[in-house]
Design a binder for this molecule. Structure first.
Ligand SMILES: Cc1cc2nc3c(=O)[nH]c(=O)nc-3n(C[C@H](O)[C@H](O)[C@H](O)COP(=O)(O)O)c2cc1C
Length: 131
């Protein structure tokens, strides 16, 4: 089970995340999801407002990888997890309100990500599992 450290949470608050998904035949897709937020030490969530390739993939295959990178420090994290598509309830309401406050489009679906593995990486070094 992946556990977020304070350093990871700080980077998640500050940097744009990119999420990678694939369909059931393995065709990959990656895209930016700026609404990604920390829910708790083992969970991330974001507003799936676009509802296109990423959502179609997650409907077929719940596995996801999320990347954040600090260009100045030349380091970042890869988070891997399994997703749940949330259409109502407190998490959906929290993310809807947050999107509204930030003047961003509302969620079609909230993607809840339960973290399974976390890797760190730095320029010139192999990625390292940290959980
Ligand atoms: C900086 C930035 C942040 C974005 N954040 C989100 C987001 O939080 N949720 C979302 O659904 N789309 C977001 N988008 C839009 C999608 O990632 C984008 O439309 C994507 O190319 C198409 O989505 P797909 O790859 O799922 O088909 C963002 C786009 C940019 C440029």
């Amino acid at each position: 089970m992946g556990k977020l450290t304070p350093e990871m949470k700080e980077m998640l608050d500050r940097q744009l995340t990119f999420v990678a998904t694939s369909d059931k035949s393995g065709i990959p897709n990656v895209g930016p999801k700026g609404s990604t937020m920390v829910v708790d030490d083992n969970t991330l969530a974001y507003s799936e407002s676009t509802g296109e390739k990423t959502l179609r993939n997650l409907e077929q295959n719940p596995h996801i990888s999320v990347l954040i990178f600090d260009y100045e420090k030349k380091e970042g994290y890869q988070f891997k997890g399994t997703t749940e598509l949330v259409k109502e309830g407190s998490l959906f309401e929290t993310i809807s309100e947050r999107q509204n406050k930030r003047k961003r489009p509302p969620p079609k679906v909230v993607v809840k990500i339960t973290l399974t593995d976390i890797y760190t990486f730095k320029t010139g070094f192999p990625s390292t599992s940290v959980t």
